[in-house]
Design a protein around this ligand. Structure first.
Ligand SMILES: Nc1ncnc2c1ncn2[C@@H]1O[C@H](COP(=O)(O)OP(=O)(O)O)[C@@H](O)[C@H]1O
Ligand SMILES: [Mg+2]
Length: 468
């Protein structure tokens, strides 16, 4: 699979020459190697990229915002001027995508896309989520610096890499908009040399050369056609033309030598993560008991869809309780025979609320069991403490379900807890998958029974059970 070599042009300062650099680099790279696919996109909303590359006949309906909306990147790419491909810009990414992408999202999308060659990303002058995405995905980050303040701002970009635990090695500074008429006495004869020395002194690496300030280059964005022209076609007489040629050669050489290693890294990292998720889910499945923890019968697929998943706090026991066994146990063995079967409306109400609830069971001593109903955050909504009858008593008055469950999950001397959750469509029948299981564990870590005073425990009748 051919992945793109990603070059991000970024700086937290505006007007340092980012867009001029990104667009012209695209044109010069394409001119240097006709066979090299070169694609450009901008996360800024100034549309300079579009004005330079978009063919006037092009009626694209998609733009860069769609990258984050599961539209395949290859669908978004349009053939543009000078042989460069373009993904059109978006007026306001923050409005278009209400939810900001995580820093890794673009890299993950691009690592799966069949797009070879070089992808150049122009960014806006703030470290917003889209700039962060462009930095995270980059093989090479070019930071134009035109003066001391823009050099100081590089710190934030460098910190971005450190904060993500990734190497800063993609970062390269490039002095831009250098006024060649200014000379200093002393060791640094002009602002290029001075900026370069400052940069190196602060531990940054620079690309070779610089881009000079040129009135001709500045004029290329203003014309009756409303286009932005490249230096290669309309500014060949300038020094900047030679400087861009030199820059493009450096970048092309790096591309040839190193290739799209960042995308490969991202792809491998993701594959390892996915494999780990599958492995962890398999391990959880292997620990599962196949039979219902209450009636001991084997559960079929249909029963599993609606069964209650149960796990002890020491994770020694995990398995399912068939739905009807769970309700029977609640009404006959825990809720008390005086109300058992009393009102089908109450039962219905309970069944309904049980779809959305967690249940926590804990043994207080050999003779008492507490059942609490919890909300999705693990907050106790209600709880009740019941006497545990002897086996004989249970069998006489109700079912052996509670007895079976306790024997398996909460034996007499074990201090543990048991958390239960009904499988439902929200979990897609997959409570053992990473995200639902992590949620289950989060609730478990928060779940507490509310015993304010020892008296409460001794007065089980007071709490109004598990109903909403
Ligand atoms: N080498 C250059 N010489 C003269 N003007 C330039 C040069 N590069 C860029 N400019 C001008 O400087 C301004 C800012 O450049 P731009 O590329 O838009 O910077 P940024 O994207 O960092 O905001 C624009 O008006 C542009 O035409
Ligand atoms: Mg710009």
């Amino acid at each position: 699979m051919s992945r793109p070599y990603v070059i991000t042009v970024s700086s937290e300062k505006g007007g340092v020459g980012k867009t001029t650099l990104a667009t012209n680099l695209a044109v010069y790279l394409k001119a240097l190697s006709e066979d090299l696919p070169v694609t450009i996109l901008s996360f800024d909303n100034h549309f300079t990229v579009d004005r330079m590359f978009r063919l006037s006949s092009d009626q694209a309906e998609y733009h860069v915002g769609h990258l984050f909306r599961d539209v395949a990147a290859t669908e978004l790419i349009r053939q543009g001027e000078y042989g460069v491909q373009i993904i059109p810009s978006c007026h306001n990414l923050n409005i278009f995508n209400k939810q900001a992408p995580s820093d890794e999202q673009l890299a993950e999308i691009l690592s799966k896309v069949h797009l070879g060659g070089v992808l150049i990303i122009d960014t806006c002058p703030i470290l917003d989520p889209y700039t962060r995405n462009a930095l995270y995905a980059a093989d090479r980050v070019i930071v134009p610096i035109k003066d001391a303040p823009s050099l100081e701002n590089c710190r934030h970009l460098a910190n971005f890499f450190t904060d993500h635990g990734i190497s800063r090695s993609p970062l390269r500074l490039l002095p831009c908009l250098i006024d060649s008429r200014i000379h200093y006495s002393g060791p640094f004869r002009n602002s290029y040399q001075l900026l370069k020395a400052y940069a190196i002194n602060r531990g940054y690496r620079c690309l070779e050369g610089f881009i000079a300030k040129s009135p001709k280059v500045e004029s290329l964005a203003t014309n009756p056609e409303g286009k932005v022209y490249p230096v290669l076609t309309h500014g060949r007489s300038t020094d900047v033309h030679l400087q861009f040629s030199h820059l493009a050669r450096q970048i092309y050489l790096e591309y040839l030598e190193k290739g799209p290693h960042r995308m490969g890294e991202i792809f491998e990292g993701q594959r390892t993560r996915e494999q780990n998720l599958v492995r962890r889910e398999q391990e959880r499945r292997q620990r599962l008991l196949g039979h219902c923890l209450c009636c001991a019968k084997q559960l079929d697929q249909q029963q599993l869809q609606k069964a209650f998943y149960a796990e002890t706090s020491d994770r020694e026991l995990c398995g399912f309780i068939e739905e009807n066994c769970f309700y029977e146990m609640i009404f006959n063995d825990l809720y008390g025979e005086q109300k058992a079967g009393s009102s089908s409306a109450i039962r219905e109400l309970f069944r309904e609320s049980a779809q959305r609830s967690y249940f926590l069971m804990q043994r207080l001593d050999t003779a008492k069991i507490t059942l609490a109903r919890l909300d999705k955050n693990g907050e106790t909504l209600s709880q009740r403490t019941s006497d545990i009858k002897t086996t004989r008593g249970l069998l006489r008055r109700g079912t052996p379900f509670l007895h079976n469950l306790l024997e398996h999950a909460l034996p007499q001397n074990a201090p543990g807890k048991l958390l239960l959750l009904r499988q439902n469509s929200g979990h897609n029948g997959q409570i053992l998958a990473e995200a639902p299981y992590a949620r289950f564990q989060t609730v478990f870590s928060r779940a507490r029974l509310d015993f304010e005073t020892p008296e409460d425990v001794k007065d089980p009748g007071q709490n109004n059970l598990v109903f909403p």
